[in-house]
Design a protein around this ligand. Sequence first.
Ligand SMILES: NC(=O)c1ccc[n+]([C@@H]2O[C@H](COP(=O)([O-])OP(=O)(O)OC[C@H]3O[C@@H](n4cnc5c(N)ncnc54)[C@H](O)[C@@H]3O)[C@@H](O)[C@H]2O)c1
Length: 331
Amino acid sequence: MKKVAVIGSGYIGLMHAQAIKKSKRLALAAFVNRNIQNGKKAAKEFSVPFYADAEEMIKKENPDILDICLPSSLHEHFTLLGAAYKKHVICEKPFSLSSASCRRMSKACAGAGVKLMAAQVLRWFPEYQKIKELLPKLGNLHGVYCNRLAQHPNWTTWHRDPAVSGGGLFDLHLHDIDFLYSVFGELDHVYAAGWKSPSGCWNQVMSTLVFKNGVKAVCEGCCEMTGAFPFSAALRAVGDNGTINYELSAGFNIENLGAASNKLTLFEKGKKPKAVPWKAQDGFKAELEAFAEAVEKNTAVPISPDESIYGIKILEAIERSLETGKVEKIK
Ligand SMILES: NC(=O)c1ccc[n+]([C@@H]2O[C@H](COP(=O)([O-])OP(=O)(O)OC[C@H]3O[C@@H](n4cnc5c(N)ncnc54)[C@H](O)[C@@H]3O)[C@@H](O)[C@H]2O)c1
């Protein structure tokens, strides 16, 4: 059983803690938060110790894994701290806000001989695992479309600061970009257009992605929907042999995800449309357990730091395209 300390007990830190509590392979060791009231409340709820200082927690609790659930601009600092104390690190997405920062994190953890993984949870969502399994059935792909559309996060203020969150581009759009990259591999170039919020965040992004294997995709990410538009996600792929269509529509601001309308349909040539079921799985528990297994067995982590660095390089190219209005190669 691996001892996991959750750094940051906000929205996602609490979701990770719930997943850890459900797991037979993981033990929640402690919470760290600079917000003492918030951290103490979470620690009481989960019956674990609370620390305002991460170093003190590491020295006293000696966890195996640091689970970084902090505002995105802090990911590098706490990953380097983990490496300095020879702790394995799983870090929420975005890995960091620049590829240079991600490379420093990767180098520090490799040098310390500890594992490092960005928590790209979509790869463990069973719907997306099913989509990945179905795609080869479609044969030669003509095109892929996906989206992720949300209200602006209403539980923080830091998302408004592009230097802390990276805006919707890094905070939300990355989910689909990483998933497409995990399926289709490296890209040749991107072109993007969008809307920048008054505080300087690219919160509406429409990207065209051309993969080296010839697949073309259009991906839309918005973290500032207007009106009472519900949290939604979609993926449609069209190929020689048919089409798959995935649609999720939940409540306002990601509430009621459990009660969301969530369906995947396969339209095969010459056959009736078929609703495709999937086996339920807690994506957060599955990703944390997969990381802990790599630690336990000393095997490669399921998503290498290099893959996540590539994901951030794609975002950097999209951002350049948003700023210049030009087609951008991945550097
Ligand atoms: N995988 C997903 O689906 C998903 C969903 C939401 C957020 N995230 C990511 O998780 C991270 C956190 O987002 P969130 O929505 O949970 O934010 P949040 O603001 O709800 O939580 C962050 C917590 O960190 C604490 N904190 C801030 N600075 C600190 C410091 N220096 N030391 C210790 N604690 C500190 C805050 O008090 C807060 O409790 C972000 O990187 C975000 O992109 C991922």
